[in-house]
Design a protein around this ligand. Structure first.
Ligand code: SAM
Length: 244
């Protein structure tokens, strides 16, 4: 199997700096002009994933968001980084796509101008998940594992766990609705951008990877709309610290 870091990753980077950037910026935005029914549906599903993540993190008495260090791995346009920053978290927002990172930065500046007194400007970096390092109270990775084949996804989960002290929150498209999704993925990646393949993951694989890293799933969510499906896991270390 081709490793992430080979052609697959370069295709993903190129996609999210070009047609993928335009498509996903539209989906994650708030504009309703020029957004089709499928895109609106995905916007709604993704917004629910972001909201569920925030609810999980706001509910954690052992890790108050104000002052917590958060790594938002594959931050996209900042849909999660910005509300976390508004809650006073100290956020590293990184993405493989420079276009995504600069859009996230632009959105954060707008939010800061309009925003809460607690707002802390995130640190923005163009980098891939593989090169993330350091330690954070919370590591979050939403809707990124779809770009990772099975084994690379498991390896990535172990890597993300090694960066996290207290929480690891990840979402992925579950394999259980495989056939449904396959049909619909065609609508998400039409034309030449089909070069970026979509990988669905079984819950068993993801849980196994977490277990191997010394983490367990504490909370689960399932978000589904007509064209969007995500499993959401909030994981904690099995015993005190991370096992990396
Ligand atoms: N997490 C964001 C959210 O939920 O709003 C964005 C999700 S978007 C579907 C997937 C993002 O993952 C894109 O911004 C893409 O550039 C990024 N991505 C894909 N592969 C990556 C990698 N190897 N390293 C870092 N980011 C990556």
């Amino acid at each position: 199997a081709e490793a992430v870091g080979g052609g697959d990753k370069e295709a993903v980077r190129a996609y999210f700096n070009s047609t993928g950037f335009e498509r996903w910026r539209k989906i994650y935005g708030s504009n309703t002009d020029d957004v089709n029914r499928v895109q609106l549906d995905i916007r709604e599903g993704h917004a629910q994933t972001v909201a569920a993540t925030l609810a999980m993190l706001r509910d954690a008495p052992d890790v108050p968001l104000a002052g917590a260090t958060v790594c938002d791995a594959g931050c996209g346009t900042g849909s999660l980084s910005i509300p976390l920053a508004s809650a006073g978290a100290s956020v590293l927002a990184s993405d493989i796509s420079a276009a995504m990172v600069s859009e996230a930065q632009r959105q954060a500046q707008l939010a800061q101008a309009a925003g809460s007194p607690e707002f802390r400007m995130p640190r923005f970096e163009v980098r891939d998940l593989e090169s993330l390092d350091g330690r954070y109270d919370i590591v979050v990775c939403l809707d990124v594992l779809i770009h990772y084949p099975r084994e690379e996804a498991q390896k990535m989960i172990r890597h993300l766990a090694s960066l996290a002290e207290k929480r690891l929150v990840i979402s992925f498209a579950p394999k259980t609705v495989y056939f449904d999704i396959l049909k619909r993925v065609g609508e998400l990646f039409p034309g030449p951008s089909k070069a970026t393949r979509a990988y669905l993951h079984s819950e068993k694989d993801i849980e196994e990877a977490l277990r191997a890293a010394g983490w367990r799933v504490k909370n689960r969510g399932f978000i589904s709309t007509q064209f969007y499906f995500a499993k959401l896991y909030e994981a904690v270390p099995v015993s005190g610290g991370s096992s990396s």
